[in-house]
Write a protein that binds this ligand. Structure first.
Ligand code: SAH
Length: 266
């Protein structure tokens, strides 16, 4: 994997020696995580699907290939999940462009290019499907749906009740029995589902919370945006953390732009 230019920073770019990222933001109040609920057996919602949506998704997949995404499973999942169903109907015409879009409450759905890139990093070329995956930041539920096609089980946690509810609505028609939506503070991870083969964050903090590292299985991989710290105000980079029997290896990749990781629920 290619290493891209790095920020000066608190990011530990080391050395081969195991390093553990320390959370810099402490979680103050204990926050209850609601029990995992499976999306199942809900009635199919009436929903007008644009007649050309499959063709537009094919175009999007072509674009992803041109961006360097090679993983056939990821490309297939991106082709299958109808992104236009996860955004406001006024924005549906932009759903297959490589752009992030507002999903309400000041949050955004990530660009398809970023979703595919992170999914490819998570899979890391494995021949089969991933085991249990934890996603922090359900948002509108799009990435959770993509992940559910790549993994045995997906636990996706969201701290904003409004988006958690919206994701459930958006996902109902898909009836993804291996996708569990949780309402709670994802900075704490979700210990009941641990250990995870993979953890992915859709929001960027100043460091990787220790709980995520703890809940990652040995042999597992975490992909998350992390801010580059005071020297690089507003800048974030994608970080990959591989947990091995010998310790934790961190790799910093390209610059990205995600909404902030926040603690607590709202
Ligand atoms: N994957 C999403 C992207 C959503 S944007 C999608 O496909 O739409 C990131 C989301 O992370 C936001 O909804 C934000 O509320 C959520 N978030 C931020 N901090 C969080 C935390 N500590 N726990 C859970 N969700 C968090």
């Amino acid at each position: 994997m290619k290493q891209r230019p790095l920020f000066p920073a608190r990011l530990d770019l080391s050395s081969g020696r195991p390093t553990l990222a320390r959370p810099e933001t402490q979680v103050r109040a204990p926050v209850q995580v609601s029990r995992a609920r499976t999306i199942a057996s809900a009635p199919t919602l009436p929903h007008s699907v644009g007649p050309d949506s499959a063709a537009r998704r094919r175009g999007m997949v072509l674009m992803l290939r041109q961006q360097g995404v090679n993983d056939g499973q990821v490309l297939s999942a991106m082709h299958t999940i109808e992104r236009h169903r996860f955004v406001d109907s006024a924005l549906a015409s932009q759903a297959y462009e490589d752009t992030s879009l507002p999903i309400g409450l000041g949050q955004t759905i990530s660009k398809p290019g970023v979703v595919a890139r992170m999914a490819e990093l998570l899979r890391n070329g494995a021949p089969g499907q991933l085991g249990r995956v934890l996603e922090i930041g359900t948002g509108c539920g799009y990435q959770a749906a993509v992940l559910s096609l790549l993994a045995a089980e997906v636990y996706s946690i969201e701290r904003l009740r409004g988006l958690h509810d919206r994701a459930r609505e958006n996902l109902r028609h898909l009836r993804l029995r291996n996708l569990h939506l949780l309402f709670g503070d994802g900075m704490l991870g979700y210990a009941k589902g641990a250990p995870y083969a993979a953890i992915i964050a859709a929001a960027g903090g100043e460091a990787i919370p220790q709980a995520w590292i703890d809940q990652l299985a040995v042999g597992g991989r975490l992909v998350a945006p992390v801010s580059a710290g005071a020297g690089g105000i507003g800048m974030q980079a994608l970080m990959v953390v591989d947990k091995t029997a010998l310790g934790v290896r961190q790799t910093v990749l390209e610059a990205v732009h995600f909404v902030p990781l926040k603690s607590g629920i709202a």
